[in-house]
Design a protein around this ligand. Sequence first.
Ligand code: FES
Ligand SMILES: [Fe+2]
Length: 368
Amino acid sequence: MTVKPRRSEDIINPDVSSAATIPSQYYTDPNLYKLALDRIFARSWQFATDTDRLKVPGQIISWTMGEGGLNEPLMLTRDDKDKLHCLSNVCTHRGSVLVDAECHLKQIRCRYHGRRFGLDGQFVSAPGFEDVCNFPAPSDNLPSLPLESWDKFLFASLDPMFSFAELTADMSRRVGFLPLKSSVFAPEHSRDYVVNANWALYCDNYLEGLHVPFVHPSLVQLLDTKSYRTELQPYSTLQIGPAANPCDAFDLPKESPEYGQSIAAYYYFLFPNMMWNFYPWGLSINLVLPMSVDRTRIRFLTYVWDEARMAQYSPADIDQTEREDEQVVEAVQKGVRSRLYDRGRYSTRWEDGVHHFHSFLSKNLAID
Ligand code: FES
Ligand SMILES: [Fe+2]
């Protein structure tokens, strides 16, 4: 059964106290899944890497944007003028992928027929094309994508529907004081999980604290759930986790809106699929990467700036929390297939972040 997306006004009431949740077809319909890749993922900012991996002119990293779903072959380069680029990794001749891994080069040479490009994407030469008319043209250069940085973290977009500043302004204001530049990527605490559920269900679960006492009993001891709160921005959502014990809290600067309070975590959700979790010891980035309508890769990337505090924290806790979330999200995926379920209601105290995310989804997936 294929169900046509409906108009956004028909789907999510802007008043959370009267609204019903997004229809279950959004988690189960392969057509809506494909529409989300085109209309949401191809039009949003995606985290690529950090500048520590691209320090020297000549460095190139291949990167598949939206690995498993969008699958866009790209590369990040630092050219000989020290400028960073995000380029298509597809040769403009007959479409071969150019670079497979991390490398250090003066020029990019296609292994198929020898076409060369500069690290800024400009066409350089193509053997056998001496008599071709109107050649080279601008379309023979490698397409270049908008590339932005938030501190040392690089993001790119194929065709952004909102500006990078709109995505990150609140995060800069709130947690920009943290020593992000000196944070170090910790591969031993980074890993991928695969969840048998739609990508948006995983995001829904992240966006509410209502499930925490039921699903994560050990987290409840760390957080003061009574003063747990959510703030909505046009393209992001912040959940502020007050610490149950002041020893687990940030040392906040005077300019912080939470100065004087004990805060254990800032949980930022950047639309449509990135979770940036800031703790006193560092940052855990979770990327939600759709693989199919009911299968999703979750990439956990850990950056540490305070080893001593990191030592007190147990990575096993994050792994356990992830497993607990996976179980409930997979149970929901089974439930939303039911013929007897379509939509539910929102808790106004706890689920305004989910409502905000659903409004964004329905607005972008509706056909007017
Ligand atoms: S596909 Fe690259 S040179 Fe032919
Ligand atoms: Fe959870």
